[in-house]
Ligand binder design. Structure first.
Ligand SMILES: [Zn+2]
Length: 279
């Protein structure tokens, strides 16, 4: 679909399952299970949503999902399906990985950054998008290299350290910035120290990739946060501000883990109105 001059393609890079308690933190199960029914193992259906945009002659990939190199054991634990979805979707759009100009991930957790790298011939890790500029918050990069004890299992260095090798394609950002014409990152923190949301703009139109600030539609309720959030109060503050602006300015939101209608708008009464052209 088009928003002004902004061409958008939404895709599900993979389907997987996450523990319901992990996704909804302190929210009582009797409340969240109405929205996301768990299976017998308390797992709920999730997706990794990526957005491919063409803006001002450039191809931008927002979020890269789990990717293709998760260990077999972990892939089984999370019931991973279609791990090659991102590359297949690019192929369908006629875009080669080396034609991608920029990649923006909201943060470096394994389920957002896994697709940044893949295993090449001979087993070494190579960049999935070998010519793209990669925009990541400086604070996220530092934390991912030296995570606290609670966050260690959420970061897999092979997902992102190859970005610093060789061509050094990573560009570390401090705070909010317009990184390319029409492409902004906004530092929000909360979920991780360096979490950011991605904004794509064309004239009065904007599309925002929310990362784990609003992972799924139930997270549109401000107090509904994930148990992985390191600073839940900061996250709630940033989320409230983002949702308020999104409703006021009619921004299109893309929710990074929502399997069912992941793109939409906030109505004036606060309801979610899915955008059918992107689902
Ligand atoms: Zn995360």
């Amino acid at each position: 679909m088009f928003l002004g001059d902004l061409e958008l393609h939404l895709l599900i890079a993979s389907h997987w399952k996450a523990d319901g308690g992990l996704m909804f933190g302190v929210v009582p199960k009797v409340m969240w299970e109405k929205h996301k029914p768990p299976d017998g193992n308390n797992l709920i259906d999730c997706a990794c949503i990526c957005l491919i945009a063409r803006i001002n002659g450039r191809v931008i990939v927002c979020e890269t999902g789990i990717g293709t190199k998760l260990s077999e054991k972990r892939a089984q634990q999370v019931v991973l399906r279609e791990p090659e979805g991102l590359l297949h979707a690019l192929h369908r759009l006629g875009i080669r990985p080396d034609e991608v100009d920029a990649v923006v991930t909201t943060h470096l957790h394994w389920d957002h950054a896994g697709g940044l790298t893949r295993r090449g011939e001979g087993g070494s890790f190579e960049l999935t998008f070998p010519k793209a500029r990669h925009f990541i918050q400086n604070s996220e990069w530092d934390f991912a290299l030296h995570p606290d004890v609670r966050s260690q299992s959420a970061y897999i260095p092979d997902d992102f350290t190859p970005l610093m090798d060789g061509h050094r394609l990573v560009e570390l950002i401090d705070g909010s910035a317009e990184v390319l014409p029409g492409v902004e990152v906004r530092h929000v923190g909360g979920h991780t120290p360096g979490s950011q949301v991605v904004m794509l703009r064309s004239g009065e139109f904007a599309c925002v990739v929310t990362g784990d600030v609003v992972g799924m539609t139930p997270h549109l309720r401000v107090p509904w946060t994930m148990s992985a959030d390191l600073d839940a109060l900061q996250l709630m503050e940033e989320k409230a501000r983002l949702l308020d602006e999104a409703q006021k300015h009619r921004w299109l939101l893309v929710l990074s883990h929502e399997a069912d209608q992941p793109a939409g708008y906030i109505e004036t009464d606060g309801r979610w109105r899915p955008e059918p052209r992107l689902t």
